[in-house]
Design a protein around this ligand. Structure first.
Ligand SMILES: [Zn+2]
Length: 325
């Protein structure tokens, strides 16, 4: 699901006072959180990915509650069958995701009541090499992938009995796989800087403002170039989080506009990091033979269809995506 703008928790003890990056020094507020320091995690790169799904420690739960201003986030423990499903999803990732996760993924935490589907966050070692952990909402364990994608995109529109978004996948698959693809691609992006930076806080580390993936598409982190923009885009709230803001009557014109851009979903047009995460996710599903189609229905008639599988990749983007294999 979603990459999340990180609010830096300020109250946890400072473990290191400064970390110097390849070029510059990261600002102190980022380092003030225990969450950012590798020394606070148990990590062994030989641990199979599926075994990295562990109960979240207290400092992570505190951090997540504070980040979203809630108090009801609690660790969720996977059942034996859920862990087997998670292991199967881990075995189906693109080779680059598998490689980077093996080297840098500290943990996967399932958190009950978590808002949205998931997120990936960053952690530093003593030399500012980025590691990561992933958080998932346990609801994705039993949700259907097509239904979840429809919920993620369609939730942005205020239901009024007219247009409705239906997503169809050619093979039955759980939402967990899509979310793992998406979040693991954020981890790859953190580590390999496919986009110039995953979080604005990381500019001092990456030192990049442009990349092969974003060139010709993005003016900035959250702003596509005018030719790639979509009217109403800034009112897109995934899952309707914070309250849906788009009239259902805008659904068709927005997907029509989307079909003229390089974006594979409205979600991908939010930020350049969501663009790479969804581009790789849909591309990989297509490679696995899972075709996806978005259908806008009005009074039970299909009024518009869009497929992320039909969005052409520019030469630059095709080159970037090919690095995942
Ligand atoms: Zn995301």
């Amino acid at each position: 699901m979603r990459h999340r703008t990180i609010l830096i928790a300020m109250s946890i003890a400072v473990l290191l006072t400064s970390i110097t990056g390849c070029a510059r020094t990261i600002s102190d507020p980022i380092l003030t959180s225990a969450v950012r320091h590798l020394t606070n995690y148990r990590f062994d790169a030989r641990t199979p990915l599926a075994d990295r799904a562990v109960d979240a420690p207290a400092f992570i739960v505190t951090y997540l509650n504070k980040m979203d201003g809630v108090s009801n986030y609690t660790p969720y423990t996977l059942s034996v069958s859920e862990r087997a499903r998670f292991a199967r999803c881990c075995s189906m990732l693109p080779p680059l995701n598998d490689r980077v996760l093996t080297e840098r993924l500290l943990a996967v935490y399932f958190i009950s009541n978590f808002a949205g589907g998931g997120m990936a966050d960053f952690v530093f070692d003593a030399r500012t090499n980025i590691h990561s952990f992933i958080v998932f909402n346990p609801l994705i364990l039993n949700a259907d992938m097509a239904d979840w994608i429809a919920y993620r995109e369609g939730g942005a529109f205020i239901p009024d009995g007219t247009n409705r978004l239906v997503v169809e996948c050619s093979a039955k698959q759980g939402a967990l796989f899509f979310l793992l693809l998406h979040e693991s691609t954020h981890v790859v992006d953190y580590v390999r800087t496919i986009t110039p930076y995953v979080e604005p806080d990381l500019v001092p580390i990456t030192g990049k403002r442009a990349s092969r993936f974003t060139n010709g598409v993005w003016a900035d982190y959250r702003k596509p170039l005018p030719a790639c923009d979509i009217p109403g885009r800034t009112n897109f709230r995934a899952y309707g989080m914070g309250g849906a803001r788009l009239a259902a009557s805008h659904m068709r014109p927005m997907y029509e506009a989307l079909s003229g851009t390089p974006f594979v979903s409205l979600y991908a047009s939010k930020l350049w990091v969501e663009d790479i995460a969804d581009t790789v996710s849909f591309h990989h599903m297509k490679k696995l033979g899972i075709r996806t189609k978005f259908r806008i229905e009005s009074n039970k008639s299909v009024v518009f269809t869009f497929s992320p599988d039909d969005v052409p990749l520019s030469e630059d983007r095709a080159g970037v995506v090919s690095q995942f294999y």
